[in-house]
Design a protein around this ligand. Structure first.
Ligand SMILES: Nc1ncnc2c1ncn2[C@@H]1O[C@H](COP(=O)(O)OP(=O)(O)OP(=O)(O)O)[C@@H](O)[C@H]1O
Length: 385
C-alpha cells in the first residue's frame, strides 16, 4: 500500500503554470546541462542497482549503458525479475542506482536536491498497471490533483484538466467516480493525470497488462497519438512483444539485469540475436501447422514428393519477398503454405513457407541472395503429390 501511495506521489508533485518543457530546460541549465541536449532525452551510464534485502544483496541491474532518444517511444522488455521496473524507476529517481548515472536532459539526477527532484517529477510523468486513482475523488479531482498540490490558480486548473481530458477522450466524464469507469477509461484518467503537468517524459509501468486485448490496443494507440502530438518521450516496460511491436521505435531486451540486445524494433524483430529475445518473440510465431509438421521427412527419398521451403527476411537492405522471382526460380506448382511476414517501420521481416516439387538441385536453387536473407528446406512430404 505504501508503495502505491509513493507512486501516486510521483504524479502530484508541485507544478508551475509555465510550460514544463521550458521550465525543465531552464532548471536543467542551472544544473550544468549542455545546451545541445534535447528535452526528453535520457542516458543510462554504467548503471548498476543492488538491493539490500533480508536475504542479502540482490543485483537487479548490471552495466546498463544506453541512450533513449528524445521524442521516441522506447520499450524495455524482459522476463519477470529481469530488472524492468528497477530501470524505469531510476528515471524519476524512485530508485537510485547503486553506481553509474542516469542523465535526464544531460543532467545527472543523482545530484539533485529536493527542489530539483520536485521539478524532475513534474517533467517525468508516470502511469501504472493498476492506475493508482483515488477512488473517493471524481475524474476531475484525480486529474487536477498534481496542479492543486502545486497551487495552480483554480481557473487554470479547470482549463488544463478540460484540455487533457479531451485529449484522452474523456471529455464529459469530469464528475464520474473511478468505480463507474472501465479499465481502459481508468487508464485514460491515469494518462490525463500524468499529462496535466505537461511532462517531457512519460514512464509507463506495464500500463496495459491489466486490460483486455481490444482496450490494450486503444490505450497503445492513444499513447502513440500523444507521442506524435506532444513530442514527449515515452519509456514503457512490458513483458509482451506485441506491445513493443505495436508502438515502440526502439526496444531494449533485459535478461537477468543486463542488456541482452537493443536496437530499432524492426531490426530486433527481423533478426533477434539473443535467446531471451527469441523466447519473448515466440508467442507471435504461429509455427508450422501440426498436421503438416507430422507428415514431414527430413530426407528426400528421391521419389516424387513436395518440399517445404522456408525463406527468411530480416528487413535489411530493402530485400522483400518477390513472388514473381520466387516462382520463376522454383517453377510452376509452387504454393504459399504459410507466412508470418510483418512490416515494421517500413521494413518487411519474417518467414514465408512455400511448397514446391522436391528435386536434387533444390538446395542450390534456394541459396540465392536475391530471393531472401536465408532459406532452408524444412522437410519433404511424400503424401502430397
Ligand atoms: N525493493 C527490493 N528489494 C529487494 N529486491 C528487489 C526489490 N525490488 C526488486 N528486487 C529484485 O530485483 C530484481 C529485478 O526486479 P524488477 O522488479 O526490477 O524486475 P521486473 O523485470 O520489473 O520484474 P516483473 O516483470 O516481475 O515486475 C528481482 O530479482 C527482484 O526480486
Amino acid at each position: 500500500m505504501s508503495a502505491v501511495l509513493f507512486d501516486a506521489a510521483a504524479n502530484v508533485m508541485p507544478v508551475v503554470g509555465a510550460d514544463a518543457r521550458s521550465a525543465g530546460a531552464s532548471e536543467a541549465s542551472s544544473t550544468g546541462k549542455p545546451a545541445a541536449v534535447a528535452a526528453g532525452s535520457i542516458r543510462f551510464q554504467a548503471v548498476e542497482k543492488i538491493y539490500v534485502s533480508s536475504v542479502g544483496p540482490v543485483k537487479a541491474l548490471t552495466d546498463i549503458t544506453i541512450d533513449v532518444p528524445a521524442g521516441s517511444i522506447f520499450g524495455i522488455i524482459g522476463r519477470s525479475g529481469a530488472g524492468k521496473s528497477s530501470m524505469l524507476r531510476t528515471i524519476n529517481r524512485l530508485e537510485r542506482p547503486t553506481s553509474g548515472q542516469v542523465l535526464v536532459d544531460g543532467a545527472d539526477i543523482s545530484t539533485f536536491n529536493e527542489d530539483q527532484l520536485v521539478a524532475l517529477r513534474r517533467r517525468v510523468g508516470m502511469i501504472f498497471q493498476h492506475f493508482n486513482l483515488l477512488s473517493a475523488k471524481t475524474v476531475f479531482a484525480n486529474v487536477a490533483l498534481p496542479l492543486v498540490v502545486a497551487g495552480v490558480p483554480k481557473q487554470e486548473v479547470k482549463e488544463r484538466v478540460a484540455e487533457v481530458l479531451k485529449l484522452v477522450g474523456l471529455g464529459g466524464k469530469e464528475n464520474t467516480y473511478p468505480s463507474r469507469l472501465s479499465g481502459g477509461q481508468k487508464q485514460r484518467v491515469g494518462i490525463a493525470r500524468a499529462l496535466v503537468s505537461r511532462p517531457e517524459i512519460l514512464l509507463c509501468d506495464e500500463a496495459t497488462s491489466a486490460l483486455d486485448p481490444e482496450t490494450t490496443l486503444s490505450i497503445l494507440s492513444l499513447l502513440k497519438d500523444i507521442n506524435r502530438r506532444l513530442g514527449l518521450t515515452i519509456v514503457l516496460i512490458t513483458h509482451e512483444m506485441s506491445v513493443i511491436r505495436e508502438i515502440c521505435d526502439h526496444v531494449l531486451v533485459l535478461e537477468a539485469g543486463r542488456i541482452a540486445e537493443t536496437g530499432r524494433v524492426w531490426e530486433v524483430f527481423g533478426n533477434p540475436r539473443h535467446e531471451a529475445t527469441r523466447s519473448l518473440l515466440k508467442p507471435l510465431d504461429r509455427g508450422l501447422p501440426e498436421d503438416l509438421a507430422g507428415r514431414l521427412d527430413s530426407q528426400w527419398s528421391g521419389k516424387p514428393a513436395t518440399a517445404l521451403v522456408e525463406f527468411t527476411y530480416t528487413g535489411v537492405g530493402g530485400l522483400q519477398p518477390d513472388l514473381g522471382r520466387l516462382f520463376a526460380v522454383l517453377g510452376d506448382g509452387t504454393n504459399i503454405i504459410q507466412s508470418n511476414l510483418d512490416r515494421i517501420q517500413g521494413h518487411v521481416s519474417g518467414r514465408l513457407i512455400v511448397a514446391t516439387a522436391a528435386r536434387s538441385d533444390l538446395h542450390h536453387l534456394i541459396a540465392n541472395p536475391d530471393l531472401a536473407h536465408a532459406a532452408r528446406i524444412i522437410g519433404y512430404d511424400a503424401t502430397d503429390v
